[in-house]
Design a protein around this ligand. Sequence first.
Ligand SMILES: Cc1cc2nc3c(=O)[nH]c(=O)nc-3n(C[C@H](O)[C@H](O)[C@H](O)COP(=O)(O)O)c2cc1C
Length: 564
Amino acid sequence: MPQTTNYILEDILKARRDTRHFTTELVPDEVLQRALQAGHLAPSVGLTDATRYFIIKSPEVKQEIKNLFWKYNQKAANQIQEEEQKKAYAALKLEAIVDAPLGLVVCYDRSVLNNFTIGTVASNDTLKFSAVCAVQNIWLSLTEQGYSMGWVSILDYYQFKKILGLPEEMEPLGYFCVGKPATDYDKQPMLQQQGWKQKSATPLVTEIDTCLKTSLATFGIPQPKSAQPESLTHKLQHIIDNKTKPLGALGELEVLAKQIGQVFNTTTPVLKKPHIIVFAADHGIAQHGVSAYSPEVTSQMVKNFVTGGAAINIFCKQHGLAITIVDAGVNYDFTPNLPIINQKMGRGTQSFLNGPAMTLDQVHTCLQKGAAVVNSIFQQGSNTIGFGEMGIGNTSAASVLMSLLGQVPIEQCIGKGTGVAEEKLLRKQQILQQAISNYSGEADIYEVMAYFGGFEILQMAGAMLEAYQNNMLILVDGFISSVAFLCAFKINPVVKQNAVFCHQSEEAGHQLLLSLLNAKPLLQLGMRLGEGTGCAVAFPLLQSAVAFLNEMASFETAGVSTRT
Ligand SMILES: Cc1cc2nc3c(=O)[nH]c(=O)nc-3n(C[C@H](O)[C@H](O)[C@H](O)COP(=O)(O)O)c2cc1C
């Protein structure tokens, strides 16, 4: 006889609803305590116990959070193209922040990563997953007790943390509205009841019974091209020296003009369709509090690039530069209709504190993907390309790469990045020092890049190597871009022939790196922003160099006497 089972759990699972319509009835303390205890019973990776709860009853706090929701929801609404869908979206109630009697903020505390934590070595996201398990337990417990909850995730999490005064290491999953449900939405998800979307009838399951064999991708290392004919170098120098000016009087512009002529293999160079590529990615090391900003800022800034509000957008517009944004590995899934080239290698690298940031295979794929994007820009007729980046935590990756590839003590490679305070700087130093001492790998460049690299840094390196291959002028931005260049240079030093170092950043270590590379930057404006801004603001100097070379009169044409 089969045992009869009373499926109480199944009933609760079915009855659980994301609720946005509540009665005004208060939530008794016992109900909340029971629900939170249920959350506490949830599993957590390596028993980290990193989930934290904050309770909100204050109408003022609720109103502030509601304002945040409105701002972001407006953004969401603006992404909808179709009028009918826009109307249907506007009609949906997607939160009950002010109306629900109680607010709950569920967070995970990523400072637990500062100590060895079982199960986080493959992905720091397991901390977040653990907190989600707690959320589901709370949801089910509230349902069992006749209450419910609504998950609000449409928020600017950076501002959200600021408003609530949450410490930097505390990462909220969202705002949860808690109360007594005023409806059961006809026993189905509200979005289904409202005709927005139909839930699939059954779970989508696929069996995988074979393994694909992976092979290490290879990256074609650029070969040095046949040496520039001596005659071109002499011709360029002769033209420059015979312009109507004292010998060498245009200083660095003369060096630049000669270099541009050599790169384009002509005495009459033209800067064609100049372009800036901004590579963006996240870094596992950022979870250890090495930056002044939280990791979410990477994706937020990428959205800012797309809407044209960042510094690089303004300078590109000012100087007529095209801009391409590449998602090399941001910890966020951008909507596909955005003008972002998707070259995602993952949702950020792994933290390199206790293990490698990526695999060797990923290093090679990064180099190839970086090359591919440059190649497509080259095919569109560009011969001048600047390299910028965005990635919270990337000064840490760059500092270690510089230290190991440039054989410089790490202290000389560490700077304040986005502006970390003294105390944090010390912490950054300790973490990076610890990461280096944990590294037992080879001094091999590919091993070092795999262990400490960033997806955007390595895609940039591959992109620079490809730009060399296509006889393009390579504009190197600040510290991170220069470290990407260092990687490219270590793979093949010929790449330097095409490189113009646009700006020496404020980041300590950049000056040292440029001197290691024997490179002279065009500008030194105290900038430390990245994004390719140094390339964009230096661009008019390239135009001046080309202009004087092509247009300035020579002693012969102007009938001016040369120096006696
Ligand atoms: C991670 C997560 C974030 C969510 N964010 C929101 C939100 O911001 N606003 C909202 O109305 N619903 C939000 N929801 C609720 C879902 O839309 C809802 O769970 C789904 O439609 C299924 O409905 P049900 O929970 O009633 O089965 C979220 C749910 C999850 C799991």
